[in-house]
Design a protein around this ligand. Structure first.
Ligand SMILES: [Zn+2]
Length: 393
């Protein structure tokens, strides 16, 4: 009896084990995937981090060993490098509260960039570039042209003294409609209002009503802000214009105003070896305005009047970096000889004396070029500048 019972129990246990085996395997499989997934993700993350560290070490080694600078000295000897800055502010300036870090650098970061330029380049003025283009005059080896867009008054207060200290000339593109104004344009006003948390639901309702479109009811995240900016940017200029005034009015109390150079300051900044070019009247993208011809022509006339300079303005920078062949054609018909664009490339100059120069430029962004202490990492800047493609200007 007892033997029979034992056999029966064993048999039942065995049958149960066999029957539940596939189910157990499935359960174990699911457990394995879920338990191991974070491990796999962690491994991937470690791998990416490891690759980044390796890349950074190699970049640093290439720079510190002199290999990358040597390569640059030979490869870019005849290529013009044009760099682009916007705002330059001391670390403790009140303007930082409303400034966009993507388009602003600290004075100490800027000074480190100038030291870097002095070590690896020969700074050239815009008139030297023109003399090369129009008369075939030779440029020094590894030439570099420093440019600024928009016409922020910090360029005179903080950038110009440093440029003078390091004997580096520059070229500044002025948005003539913003001369002497408190802020550049509606986009900057919108960003500054959002960053300082000034833009509330009431403001958004007013904008929505005036624009005749549905806008986000509140701006909780950066995505909400980007969505609002895109919606307003897509509006036809004539429909958006009334909103510009609202945004400009609301931004009258931002910290550290005014931000833009006035007429006297534009005269003064030229004494620091800074030439002037135009950046449109309204800062609207030339490809979007009703009359790019007027933007280019009127900004030229404004600049001639402000400076009292009979020498015609020869160069422009398309606002928001947006341009096409038609814009270049219009500019050329108006007498412009050069456009400094946002095409990320170095420039092969050959003194052809024909056609408008389309100069590529490289934007200098502090967050992407800094070490963990916010200081310039020269190997990152070298890596950004020295290996860009060289295109015919
Ligand atoms: Zn601009």
């Amino acid at each position: 009896m007892s033997t029979t019972t034992a056999i029966t129990r064993d048999t039942i246990t065995e049958i149960t084990r066999i029957q539940t085996y596939p189910r157990g395997l499935l359960v174990y499989g699911i457990y394995y995937i879920f338990a191991q997934k974070p491990y796999i993700v962690r491994q991937r993350h470690h791998k990416a981090k490891y690759i980044n560290t390796m890349k950074h070490s190699l970049r640093k080694l290439a720079y510190v060993s002199g290999l990358l600078p040597f390569y640059h000295g030979i490869r870019n000897q005849r290529a013009l490098t044009v760099v682009l800055f916007h705002r330059v502010l001391p670390e403790d300036a009140p303007e930082w509260q409303a400034a966009d870090p993507e388009w602003t650098v600290t004075t100490s970061f800027f000074e480190s960039c100038l030291k870097f330029f002095r070590s690896h380049y020969n700074g050239v003025s815009f008139s030297q570039v023109m003399a090369n283009h129009l008369d075939g005059e030779a440029l020094p080896p590894n030439p570099l042209l420093i440019t600024f867009d928009d016409g922020w008054n910090c360029n005179l207060r903080h950038a110009a003294p440093l440029l003078r200290k390091y004997h580096l000339p520059a070229l500044l593109f002025v948005t003539t409609g913003a001369v002497g104004k408190h802020i550049l344009s509606w986009q900057e006003a919108l960003f500054a209002l959002w960053k300082t948390r000034t833009l509330d639901e009431e403001h958004l309702q007013s904008l929505s009503k005036k624009a005749g479109i549905k806008l986000p009811a509140s701006l909780e995240s950066e995505q909400d802000f980007e969505q609002l900016l895109t919606l307003l940017q897509e509006l036809p200029v004539a429909r958006r214009r009334p909103l510009d005034d609202l945004l400009m009015d609301w931004s009258m109390d931002l910290p550290g105003l005014p931000y833009m150079l006035n007429e006297n300051e534009l005269m003064e900044i030229q004494d620091h070896g800074i030439s002037l070019g135009t950046h449109g009247v309204s800062h609207d993208a030339l490809v979007q305005t009703d009359s790019p011809h007027d933007e280019l022509h009127l900004s030229w006339k404004d600049l001639c009047r402000i400076t009292g300079n009979s020498t015609p303005v020869q160069c422009f920078s398309p606002p928001q970096g947006r341009y096409n062949k038609n814009i270049l054609k219009i500019a050329e018909s108006l007498g412009y000889v050069c456009a400094c664009t946002s095409k990320t490339a170095l420039n092969a100059l050959n003194g052809r004396n024909t056609g408008i120069l389309d100069l590529g430029r490289i934007n200098i962004e502090q967050p992407a070029l800094s070490d963990q202490n916010g200081k310039l990492d020269p190997s990152r800047l070298a890596s950004l500048l020295f290996r860009q493609p060289i295109l015919a200007a």
